[in-house]
Ligand binder design. Sequence first.
Ligand SMILES: Nc1ncnc2c1ncn2[C@@H]1O[C@H](COP(=O)(O)OP(=O)(O)OP(=O)(O)O)[C@@H](O)[C@H]1O
Ligand SMILES: [Mg+2]
Length: 398
Amino acid sequence: MPEFKQAAGAPYSLTLRPGHEELLQLDWAQPLLRWDSPFLVERPAGLSRHLVRFVEIAELTYALKELPLMPARRDYEVLRLLEERGASAVRPVGLAIRPEGDPTAEGAAILVTRFADAAVPYRHVFASGDPRLVRSRLVDALAGLLVELHLYGCFWGDCSLSNVLYRQDGATLETILVDAETATIRPFLSDGGRNEDIGIMVENVGAEMADLAASEGRSLDEADFELGEEVAVSYRALWQEVSGQESIPDDQRYRIADRVRRLNELGFEVDEIELEPHPSREHVHLKVRVGDRNWHANRLRELTGLEASENQAKQLLADLQYWEMLLGPALPGDRALRAARWRMEVYGPWVIRLAERFRGRDPVQAYCDLLTHRYYLSVAAGHDVGTELAFEDWTARR
Ligand SMILES: Nc1ncnc2c1ncn2[C@@H]1O[C@H](COP(=O)(O)OP(=O)(O)OP(=O)(O)O)[C@@H](O)[C@H]1O
Ligand SMILES: [Mg+2]
């Protein structure tokens, strides 16, 4: 279905992606600050130069950002390109433009994105509690997001703790780009471009850590200035993993499979492996070409025909494996047959049940949340509790 566009001549024009027509009833002609709509809701938000408000309508939540026309258009276009590539970014829904006024004024446009449910800005993790507990994972996840974007040719130009959202999903930590108004997508990002982007991130993160210290009444000496550098170090290691050439001794060829597995674990699809024997014949040079970061989503689709996000797919594949292990050697057939049975006998019935129980909620995500709950319950109990019991416990707590 094409995008919806409001007729010309109106005090505003509204471009909307299909499926979000309910947004038409909002008062787009009014400055966002003056909105007094019953659909407005409060959500956690990072620091921002522009006014950002949230609405919940027909059981979906949206973020609305009011800003000048040029950056609004750029934000929208870059988010659309990132969506096409399946990248970890918020999804663009529409763009409202007020053609009458000054296009460089704050009120010139409103960008609409789908609110990333259950996600909070990175800044909030470092502002509360003891971040050191999960620090290395947070650092690696942020570095992973930068590597992913750079592989897509995306120069961000403003990576900061307020422009990244994180979502804890069971054992997985998801990072999401939220602000693309300074970003550009190029066919290929040079080393210079990558370094510049990392430099901006280090500077932004440093400034935010200083700001956080000040807002918590601590002196600048106590500010955590290492964080940005730690992300940069993790980024360089990961980039090396993704793109670097490696020399592998002839009797350690298993390391080729290791490298591919490590990349897959991180979600990266390996498109090509290049092996070049050294004239000495004692080692080979290994180079991998990394494709998109949807390895688990692609495997799940191949095996079961199901569409899911990368993180959901990771959990669903683990559930398939869990089910295969539970039934053990008695389970006949090859992987494809077992996957088809899992879809029909396990996944399908649960998704129907969850859709009936939690109307309006994405049933695939609900199933993944149930799997997370099953995992935590099992860890606490010291044995597998099973999905049924986890479901009962989960619904009793809600
Ligand atoms: N789709 C979304 N889902 C969840 N949170 C969002 C979304 N869009 C915006 N936010 C929240 O609003 C905050 C501000 O949004 P954003 O960074 O786009 O504004 P900005 O004014 O362009 O920021 P900057 O000052 O970095 O230019 C974000 O830090 C985030 O917490
Ligand atoms: Mg921002």
